[in-house]
Design a protein around this ligand. Structure first.
Ligand SMILES: Cc1ncc(COP(=O)(O)O)c(C=O)c1O
Length: 390
């Protein structure tokens, strides 16, 4: 998969020895810059913008997020709890399927509860009514699959053939909309405006009669709005069109766009040797700390990679033969304890870490590149590893 992140930004000047290793370093100033872009799009387009917690959940920055956005969106009960404990504003929750034991709390915590199929809404009708009888106030939404594939990689395409994500729009009947306050469409991944325009053009024809009967339309995430080449004015125009023509409140729930190019993962070289080329073991593991490197797969950009010099294959300390980050050029062969860092690691990597092989979790540090203040927010130790296992 091709990565479309920008450059190092202020991290080009960050002294990597200021933090323990490994460590995620998140730049509050960069997060604020992204949030300001998203707020501008929301304000001009008349849309509400929510943070998708699945991509970025660093609640040390919850107040900062609250300065710009209208709330958060959760993928289930635990993210909904996190949202209510730390993030202000509105909360929408969508999960491909709910458990009956989780739903009452989700209904209590959320402003919008979005279901994946009319069958689930019908099955949970009694629970929904019971929550309302107890005075809980929430809207019910249905996620639609527009059946309009715009993604290049099936793994990241919610409209792939046989997708389990969203109710196929071709199956939608008027009776499915009884009791529905809004529709949810999430069909993009790291994409600019044109794929959204194409999906909307097809969908508008199919839904024109339905849209005025709804309160809101949630256009999900996957919009790379904070990328420097994103067509912001076109997005604003579309949001205004939907709002004005159909009298709907539009929601966006970006995740990656909030933390794009706003964090690095700092690590260090542990050992080097030669095996058909230079090989180095680092305390950063692809499989434990940047699983998308293997899953997507992609090659993360390395901070200040040399233009000339030897190429070294970097990989993690786990037993997985494929725990390889990639091949990188160094000015000279790196030695033990030399620091390195990978760019654009604040979204998804941070929320996906694990302790396979007992590999320690990276610490979390908050840096403000404007003020050059640095705070070590969290360090993890053996106890976090042990207590997950029995
Ligand atoms: C329903 C939903 N909303 C929002 C998002 C956030 O997407 P992104 O981080 O690509 O903006 C996702 C990501 O998978 C999602 O599934």
């Amino acid at each position: 998969m091709k990565t479309v992140a920008g450059g190092p930004g202020a991290f080009a000047q960050f002294d990597l020895s200021r933090v323990p290793s490994p460590c995620f370093v998140v730049d509050e100033a960069a997060i604020r810059r992204n949030l300001a872009v998203l707020k501008d799009v929301g304000d001009r387009g008349g849309a509400k913008v929510l943070l998708a917690l699945k991509a970025f959940s660093m609640w040390a920055l919850a107040d900062v997020v609250g300065d710009y956005l209208q709330g958060a969106c959760a993928s289930g009960l635990w993210e909904a709890r996190l949202a209510r404990e730390h993030f202000g504003g509105e909360l929408t929750t969508y999960s491909p399927a709910y458990k009956p034991e989780d739903l009452p709390e989700i209904l209590r915590l959320s402003d919008h509860v979005i279901f994946n199929s009319p069958a689930q809404i019908a099955r949970f009708g009694d629970l929904i009514q019971a929550a309302r009888d107890q005075g809980e106030q929430f809207d019910i939404g249905l996620r639609l699959n527009p059946e309009d594939s715009q993604g290049e990689v099936a793994k990241y395409d919610p409209c792939q053939r046989g997708s389990r994500l969203g109710f196929p729009v071709s199956q939608l009947r008027p009776e499915h909309l009884a009791g529905i306050d809004g529709l949810h469409i999430h069909a993009l991944c790291e994409q600019d405006f044109e794929p959204l325009r194409r999906i909307w053009t097809g969908l508008e024809l199919k839904l024109a009669g339905v849209l005025p009967t709804l309160k809101w339309l949630n256009l999900g995430g996957g919009h790379h709005i904070t990328r420097s080449d994103y067509q912001i004015d076109e997005m604003v125009a579309l949001l205004r069109h939907i709002t004005q023509r159909y009298g709907l409140q539009v929601y966006l729930e970006p995740g990656e766009a909030i933390a794009l190019d706003a964090g690095i993962l700092v690590g260090e070289i542990l050992d080097t040797f030669d095996n058909a080329g230079a090989v180095a073991i680092t305390d950063i593991s692809a499989t434990c700390h940047m699983p998308d490197v293997i899953e997507a797969p992609y090659r993360p950009a390395m901070l200040n990679e040399a233009a000339d010099g030897p190429v070294v294959r970097l990989g993690g300390p786990s037993c997985l033969a494929g725990d390889i980050i990639g091949d990188y050029r160094f000015a000279a062969l790196p030695g033990p304890s030399q620091r390195i860092a990978f760019l654009d690691q604040a979204h998804y990597s941070m929320v996906k870490t694990n302790t396979f092989n007992g590999v320690p979790l990276p610490a979390i540090a908050l840096w403000n590149s404007d003020a050059d203040t640095l705070r070590l927010v969290r360090q993890f130790d053996y106890v976090e590893f042990r207590d997950r296992l029995s």
